[in-house]
Design a protein around this ligand. Structure first.
Ligand SMILES: CC(C)(COP(=O)(O)OP(=O)(O)OC[C@H]1O[C@@H](n2cnc3c(N)ncnc32)[C@H](O)[C@@H]1OP(=O)(O)O)[C@@H](O)C(=O)NCCC(=O)NCCS
Length: 311
């Protein structure tokens, strides 16, 4: 087994994505997505990525990086993937990854895995404990009938896609960013979210190559932004991926989120997608209620794990 640093060449990106997509075809990635994440890494964020080879062929990957959403001193996200059938290599590649990350003197390691993946059991065996759980779920638009759910919004409230709003202008982006920060405060993350600085948010979110200005909807009262939902392009065939959905506290329980989601579903159909995917915290009853009423079907949960690191 050869364990070597990733060299950031096109060939390595291709091999990295192929290995991960063969390992878990249910979570497809593209080279463009991985490169976007790598390009928007902040200066103080670290990344160590390694390719695992057998007879010169890439068969696995392993990496550590600074957590993106809740950065903490001396905390690192770690993960690995090996092609199906090669799970016997995991203890050896894990030992090599731990050797690399231990140079950073970590206090905490973080990871995530779907509950039905072999990685889940392996991480538990390495002393990781569960801290959060999210359900991925999918709506099949072929069977979807929005009619029984549709109801009018209060007077003066309208839904508009970003493509009909001045979303490239700085003043608009500042208000949009403020809205997202307010909404994120109420998402039940297991650890407080550390918001990205405005400039980082612009690079990672507004300039995300998967962002669809026609599939990203705002609820507005005049110029005041009340809420939003967003669909992103996905590497999965015929699929769009939901990002954040949220409505400001003073405007909740007026059917705004449901109307936003229905508008997004209408867009997805017109776009030619068959599936909409989303991911929700298991304790987010308000959002789960809306998704259940729309007909989203749950898949295996993604489990978020932590390990206190003993050097
Ligand atoms: C989840 C959220 C977007 C719902 O927005 P909203 O505009 O209040 O939702 P709606 O008014 O469209 O609700 C539609 C239905 O969903 C269900 N629902 C909404 N909020 C609920 C709650 N707090 N508890 C239980 N059911 C709820 C109800 O069935 C409701 O219909 P009803 O009001 O006639 O009973 C909002 O609570 C929010 O912004 N939360 C914080 C951000 C967040 O967690 N987003 C999800 C993560 S992606």
């Amino acid at each position: 087994m050869n364990f070597r640093p990733f060299d950031f060449s096109e060939a390595d990106y291709q091999a990295y994505v192929e290995v991960l997509n063969q390992t878990h075809p249910e979570v497809l990635r593209s080279v463009g997505e991985v490169q976007h994440l790598d390009k928007t890494r902040a200066r103080d964020e670290v990344l160590g990525r390694f390719m695992v080879e057998l007879e010169g062929q890439a068969v696995g990957v392993a990496e550590y990086e600074s957590p993106r959403n809740a950065p903490k001193a001396h905390a690192y996200e770690v993960r690995y993937g090996v092609q199906p059938g090669l799970e016997g290599m995991v203890p050896a590649l894990w030992a090599l990854l731990m050797e690399q990350v231990s140079r950073l003197k970590p206090k905490e390691l973080q990871t995530q895995a779907r509950e039905n993946w072999p990685e889940y059991g392996f991480y538990l065996s390495q002393g990781f404990v569960e801290v959060d759980r999210r359900w991925d779920s999918v709506l099949d638009l072929a069977d979807f009938d929005p009619t029984p759910l549709s109801r009018p919004l209060a007077r003066g409230i309208e839904l508009k896609p970003l493509s009909e709003l001045p979303y490239t202008q700085d003043i608009f982006q500042r208000a949009w960013y403020d809205l997202e920060l307010k909404l994120l405060r109420d998402v039940p993350f297991s650890e407080p979210l550390v918001p990205w600085a405005f400039e980082v948010w612009q690079q990672r979110h507004v300039e995300d190559p998967n962002l669809l200005p026609e599939g990203y909807f705002m609820a507005l009262e005049g110029e005041k932004m009340l809420g939003l939902t967003m669909l992103f392009k996905s590497s999965r065939p015929q699929t769009l991926q939901t990002g954040l959905t949220g409505v400001l506290p003073g405007h909740r329980r007026q059917g705004i989120a449901l109307a936003l989601k229905l508008r997004a579903a209408k867009f997805a159909r017109a776009y030619g997608a068959r599936y909409i995917r989303t991911s929700n915290h298991q304790i987010n009853r308000p959002m789960l209620s809306i998704n259940e009423s729309l007909g989203f079907v749950r898949e295996a949960a993604t489990v978020f794990l932590r390990r206190e690191f003993m050097c």
